[in-house]
Every structure is written in C-alpha cells, then in structure tokens.
Ligand binder design. Structure first.
Ligand SMILES: O=C(O)CCC(=O)C(=O)O
Length: 251
C-alpha cells in the first residue's frame, strides 16, 4: 500500500471510528504466515504470562521481543490511522499479548483506558485513545472473536449489561488482520469454545497528553539509541519537544 493509499484508508477508518460503528477490521496488515510465526513465539513463552482471568493470559512488555513484534506497533497503516485520530505525536500506552485458552471465562464489559477512569460524558471526538487487536489466527464466534457493540462509542452513558447483550456482535477476521477501535467502544473478551488457544496482540495508542496506565519502561540507553524514529515518538522519547509544539500558536 502506498503512503497516499494509507492516508486515504486512515481518513475513511477514522470517520468509521468516530461517527460510524466505532471499529473496523483492516485486512491483510501482515500475511498469515507471519501471524502464525508470531503466534507460535507467544505460545512458546506462555510461562512468562500473567493470569488476568480464568484461562485469560497476558504477555507483557512485547517491546523487548524484537523487531518482529515492535514492527506491529509501528506498522504504517496503523500509524496513519493513529496519527489521523490522535495527532502526529501519538504515543503507545500499552502493548501486550492476550491469549484465551479453551474454556476461558468471559471478560468484563468495559471501555478502554483512559475512558474507564472518567465519568460518562466524554465526546468521541476528539478521540483520546485507539485500540488495535491483532489477530494471529482467524477470529470467529467459536474461538473468542472480541464482543463489541457497534456505535456505542457515542452512547455517552454508563455501561449497561442488558444493552450490551442486546447489541453486541463478534469482531471477526483472518490471521494477519487487525481490528482498530475507538477507546470508548463497549467491548469484552468472549468465550473460547474452540480446542486451540486464541492469540492476539493488543495495542493502545493515546494522545500525547494521556499518561499511560502503567509505565512501559524503563528503557536502557542501548534500547533508546537503537529504536526507529517512529518508535521513539511512540514511546514519548521526544516528549519535551513534542509537548512544546502542541502549545497554542506553535502548530
Ligand atoms: O482479547 C480480546 O478479545 C480483546 C481484549 C480487549 O480489547 C481488552 O481487554 O481491552
């Protein structure tokens, strides 16, 4: 995809996220073989995972897992959307793996950071946060395709489980696709009724001014010197100069 095509896609997807369904599936962001290799690596490292629910595992600090993983965060199609929604200085607020083991429990209905820590009444525009769910295998209704409620980013109310049950659908797609969503979209992890673990990489991008829920570092000098300019911006290494450029009248 050319840069121009990525920017056109970003414009269209940002409209969907703000005023439309609130989520979209980007097709073929990486190829299925690449997704399978990442999935295998994640499953090999499950002993380092933390349990966040019955049968729900989190693999933290994917930033230490090399280019194959960090390139997911700097993917040009995703960055074009993140920049359109959140600004050219958008930062990474979270970057982790999520594995749903067969028979796992259902997750809680929620909106994402920082919205869940705020009272209802936040507008969907300008967005504060965008989530990405990278599918490392096909996601479907059986293996735990994420449950989402189309349009709920504009509902401006407390989570209502009855309304969620009435309107939620599974977000589905193929290995190597990525679901992007507005941080205000109501969603939850679904049951995995398949026989294999369901593996995702989760990324949260936020406006520069949103403090991450948990720090992503510390980063060694060696790491800081080795990262690409895109990753340096995402990690807030340019924070002082970026924040000054945000001052009124300087943009
Ligand atoms: O793994 C999933 O299906 C989605 C998880 C998620 O989006 C979340 O917990 O915020």
């Amino acid at each position: 995809m050319t840069q121009q095509e990525a920017e056109q896609e970003a414009q269209q997807i940002s409209n969907v996220l703000i005023t439309g369904e609130g989520f979209a599936c980007l097709k073929d962001v990486i190829d299925a073989d690449q997704a399978a290799a990442l999935r295998a690596t994640m499953l090999e490292r499950l002993d380092s995972a933390t349990k966040v629910g019955k049968g729900v595992l989190r693999l933290g600090q994917l930033l230490d897992w090399g280019d194959a993983f960090t390139s997911l965060a700097t993917n040009p199609r995703l960055l074009a959307i993140a920049h359109k929604l959140l600004g050219p200085d958008a930062t990474l607020a979270a970057f982790s793996g999520r594995v749903l083991m067969p028979g796992c429990e259902m997750g809680a209905i929620h909106v994402d950071w920082p919205y869940w820590a705020m009272n209802p009444g936040m507008p969907a525009n300008p967005p504060l946060m965008m989530q990405v769910i990278w599918m490392m295998e096909p996601f479907n209704e059986t293996n735990g395709g994420t449950l989402v409620v189309p349009g709920s980013q504009n509902w401006d109310q407390n989570i209502d489980s009855k309304r969620f049950e009435e309107r939620s659908i599974h977000a589905t797609g193929a290995a190597g696709d990525a679901i992007v969503s507005h941080g205000l979209l109501w969603h939850r992890t679904a049951l995995n009724r398949a026989e294999q673990p369901r593996v995702a990489v989760l990324i949260n991008y936020t406006q520069l001014t949103v403090r991450p829920m948990a720090p992503l570092g510390p980063f060694s000098d060696e790491f800081r010197e080795s990262v690409s300019p895109e990753l340096a911006t995402l990690l807030g290494f340019d924070y002082a100069s970026s924040i000054r450029q945000r001052a009124p009248g300087t943009r």
